[in-house]
Design a protein around this ligand. Structure first.
Ligand SMILES: [Zn+2]
Length: 165
């Protein structure tokens, strides 16, 4: 019984071109390594080897092969750039950045909590201030006494010594 062979493509994919073989319609590399991007296959082939890439792609569902190829290309490029650490150096740099940002976030939260406590203290002090005047004739004086009380409350709140009430 004769098996049907898929038709040979006029323009081979980057993989088959590099491997100097006929590229067929069912070639596993066709969707991911177009002839227009030969460097993608060259880098992946150099680091992982074409047969390993073929095996890896066969073990992955078709819907996830595009993502797998993207990560293989990224890993291959970083490995070629940094033969010792490869993409681990990128991960370490990003991890360092995450740690720094987390420390900054903690500091910002602590400052926020401290400012919130100071604000509560000021609000509490302001709530204890009651205008003395109730008549319209004394309103100007009352306004002045409230201003003095507020200034005094702020001074006490931000003074280095203990707050005396
Ligand atoms: Zn091919």
């Amino acid at each position: 019984m004769k098996t049907r062979t898929p038709p040979t493509l006029n323009v081979p994919c980057a993989g088959c071109k590099r491997l100097r073989r006929k590229c067929t319609a069912d070639c596993i590399f066709v969707p991911y390594f177009p002839a227009t991007e030969p460097e993608k296959f060259a880098e992946v082939h150099r680091v992982f080897g074409a047969s390993n890439v073929t095996k890896m792609l066969r073990d992955i569902p078709v819907s996830q092969r595009g993502d797998a190829v993207s990560s293989l290309v990224f890993e291959a490029r970083t490995r070629l750039k940094d033969p010792v650490y490869g993409c681990v150096s990128t991960m370490a740099a990003l991890q360092h950045q995450v740690n720094q940002l987390q420390a900054e976030l903690l500091a910002a939260r602590a400052e926020n909590a401290s400012l919130g406590a100071q604000l509560s203290e000021v609000m509490l002090l302001l709530s204890t201030v009651t205008p003395r005047a109730s008549t319209s004739a004394q309103s100007l004086e009352a306004g002045n006494s409230v201003d003095v009380a507020i200034t005094s409350a702020f001074d006490r709140c931000y003074s280095p010594g203990p707050i005396v009430s």
